[in-house]
Design a binder for this molecule. Structure first.
Ligand code: 4NP
Length: 154
């Protein structure tokens, strides 16, 4: 059975598809990485074209991903659940029924800045360089996550 990691944001079209693509590229195929959104506006949609573009610029193809909504069963199915911001954290934790579920959920940048509760900013409504910033943050933190996961599940 592969170790299963889920990346979660709001729309599952900007941040978590990038997080999925970047982490997948850093792990062997004994790991399975997926992503989901807490919202339902973009079900079945491809990633935002700006996420596709920044991924491509960095040698990654995320075009075939399709948006889906986070569901309570994901808390059973996945071993690690990384959320992009504090609002995603609240939404996911609200569906957690057991301490085991709660322990699976981590604010992703806490792996880089422990206990600081920093958000990966939502780039959807467009601040300049928003997607570059998100890519850099996710690239940096997934280095740490991949190293930890590989050490823990050799
Ligand atoms: P994401 O960005 O959560 O990084 O995928 C968003 C995409 C769409 C919306 C919000 C955030 N939206 O409101 O439609």
């Amino acid at each position: 059975m592969p170790v299963k990691i889920l990346m979660v944001c709001l729309g599952n079209i900007c941040r978590s598809p990038l997080a999925e693509g970047i982490l997948t590229s850093k792990l062997p195929n004994t790991f399975m990485v997926d992503s989901a959104g807490t919202g339902s506006w973009h079900l079945g949609h491809s990633p935002d074209k700006r996420s596709i573009a920044i991924a491509k610029k960095n040698g990654l193809c995320i075009d075939t991903q399709r948006s889906r909504q986070f569901k309570a069963a994901d808390l059973d199915e996945f071993d690690y659940i990384y959320v992009m911001d504090n609002s995603n954290y609240r939404d996911v934790i609200n569906l957690a029924k057991t301490p085991e579920h709660k322990n699976k959920v981590q604010l992703i940048l806490n792996e880089l800045f422990p206990d600081e509760n920093v958000d990966v900013p939502d780039p959807y409504f467009g601040v300049p360089n928003g997607f570059d910033t998100v890519y850099q943050m996710l690239d940096e933190v997934t280095d740490i996550i991949a190293k930890k996961l590989i050490e823990k599940h050799p």
